[in-house]
Design a protein around this ligand. Structure first.
Ligand code: NAI
Ligand code: NA
Length: 398
């Protein structure tokens, strides 16, 4: 089968298994190049492990400190004549590399919000690892079926008080236009978004893991958040998704209470804006990212998901002494993005950006490259005109 990218809006409908494997290999090479993460994690559960920050976390743990990893994700498997999703191929490639390096790696494909998948995960930890010493929570989903009520919640990306109008870009065509987004219809939009992307499910996971006795003494758990610049506040941090992030961050004390007798601790890490399947769905943000990339690359401080996660592990989570936190107790690896000089330049470019000057003043090409690479396309090492065997299975799906 010849596999080419096929897109609909911000979604790519196809994924390339060998390209995905190339993506994973590149990330492994990077992590190895940074050397061993001293006193790093040894047994790790990653929830949301197949793409974006989750797969980068899994790679950092496995290839940075030799960790055994269990990954939970929700992906479409490859089957006879049918392509799987990118996260499926990423996970197959990751496991192949991990096993070749003598590392334990198994995966669970299913709905992480459900009690059933939590139970399967706990059984697997019991059977194979005994306990885990790090739990990464990296889910990004548009919906959640609540395990206790059965209610299906759908998240929305909306401002809260009033309509928001600003620039946005169609990153395929490079057309910059104004977009107006209507505010929430009712409190329900906020509640539903908080139900999907807030902290309740993270807490449910930790409660169940603790109850089952599969958390090691001194366990750490980390979930990911975003703040970003003022120009995206109406749609991001002060919008419905921001309320969910407030809720996620607000769950830290409750999880710390749960972990106290295990000498465990929970953190939220605020990460940099990056091209992932989730962020490409947010209006306004792709234009911001393409300007941000331009500025950060020029200054030599650009990072992708793997650079971010390797740094989170090596320079925040596993250092001697105290972990540096902001005034709200959060880990910050968005420090370079939020630097004043960076933000000042992005704000200036934001004012100038038009369809006509976009290629010149932004890194829209870098955005596109990253987007297609998420799906295994755009790698020099891969011959996309060559037949590829589409049947790639995750070797040790639990
Ligand atoms: P992503 O879309 O690349 O990854 C989402 C992961 O969640 C995938 O592994 C997917 O399989 C899994 N997933 C989704 N629904 C699931 C379900 N029901 N059951 C099991 N697994 C499920 O997203 P990304 O961007 O890596 O986001 C991860 C976290 O990082 C999110 O909390 C996001 O808000 C946060 N973040 C993202 C930033 C960005 O710019 N992309 C910036 C800062 C934080
Ligand atoms: Na992720």
């Amino acid at each position: 089968m010849i596999i080419q990218p096929r897109t609909r809006g911000f979604i790519c409908l196809t994924a390339h298994p060998e390209g995905a494997a190339e993506n994973i290999k590149n990330q492994i090479v990077y992590v190895k190049s940074k050397g061993e993460i001293k006193n790093g994690p040894k047994k790790v559960l990653v929830i949301g492990a197949s793409t974006g920050f989750g797969i980068a976390s899994r790679i950092s743990a496995a290839f940075g400190s030799g960790a055994a990893t269990i990954g939970v994700f929700f992906e479409k498997p490859a089957s006879e004549g049918k392509l799987g999703t990118a996260g499926w191929y990423n996970s197959a490639a990751f496991e192949k590399e991990a096993h070749a390096a003598g590392l334990y790696a198994k995966s669970i494909n299913g709905d992480a919000f459900s009690d059933e998948i939590k139970k399967q995960t706990i059984d697997l930890i019991h059977k194979d690892l005994g306990q885990v010493d790090l739990v990464i929570y990296s889910l990004a989903s548009p919906r959640r079926t609540h395990p206790k009520t059965g209610v299906q919640h759908a998240s929305v990306l909306k401002p809260i008080d009033k309509p928001f109008t600003d620039k946005t870009v169609d990153f395929h065509s490079g057309v910059v236009s104004d977009i107006s987004i209507q505010p929430v219809d009712s409190e329900d939009d906020i509640k539903n978004t908080v139900a999907v992307m807030g902290g309740e499910d993270w807490k449910f996971w930790i409660e169940d893991l603790k109850e089952a006795g599969v958390l090691a003494d001194g366990v750490k758990t980390v979930a990911y958040s975003y703040i970003g610049p003022e120009l995206t506040y109406p749609i991001y941090r002060n919008g419905t998704i921001g309320r969910a992030k407030d809720d996620l961050e607000g769950t830290v004390p409750a999880i710390n209470d749960l972990l106290k007798d295990l000498n465990g601790v929970s953190y939220v890490s605020v990460n940099k804006a990056l091209v992932t399947q989730s962020s490409s769905a947010i209006p306004v943000v792709p234009l911001y990212i393409s300007l941000l990339y331009k500025v950060m690359k020029e200054k030599g401080i650009h990072e992708g998901t793997i650079e971010q996660m390797q740094r989170l592990f090596a320079e925040r989570l596993y250092i001697d002494g105290e972990i540096p936190l902001d005034e709200k107790g959060r880990i910050r690896v968005d420090d370079l993005e939020m630097r004043e000089d960076v933000q000042a330049e992005v704000a200036k470019l934001w004012e100038q950006a038009t369809t006509e000057n976009l290629e010149e003043i932004s890194d829209i090409q870098g955005y596109r490259d990253d987007f297609f690479q998420l799906f295994g396309f755009n790698f020099d090492a891969i011959d996309y005109n060559k037949d590829t065997s589409e049947l790639v299975q995750v070797p040790s799906l639990a």
